[in-house]
Design a protein around this ligand. Structure first.
Ligand SMILES: [Zn+2]
Ligand SMILES: [Zn+2]
Length: 87
């Protein structure tokens, strides 16, 4: 089941991509910078998918993936960044 998921991901996102670190075939692309990464060198990092306003409180909320694929090379910001006003 996991193997299948990886296979689908390989075809979709990382066709012909090699790991940035060891140059073996990559399993996926870094969510942050697009570098390829193999299973051995893949790391995870929280990734902000979307920001939206809650229905009840009208506060800005962030939708985050806790374990997005990270190449371990680039340095995504660990802290949420203040967004300029969207209105
Ligand atoms: Zn590697
Ligand atoms: Zn990266």
């Amino acid at each position: 089941m996991w193997a299948l998921a990886w296979e689908v991901r390989r075809r979709g996102e990382s066709d012909g991509l090699d790991c940035w670190t060891c140059e073996r075939t990559a399993l996926g692309a870094c969510r942050f910078c697009g570098r390829g990464t193999c299973r051995e060198h893949a790391k995870t990092h929280p990734f902000l998918i979307d920001v939206f306003r809650g229905n009840k409180h009208q506060t800005l909320r962030a939708l985050v993936v806790e374990d997005a694929l990270h190449c371990g090379v680039c340095r995504p910001r660990g802290e949420p960044v203040d967004l300029p006003a969207l209105e």
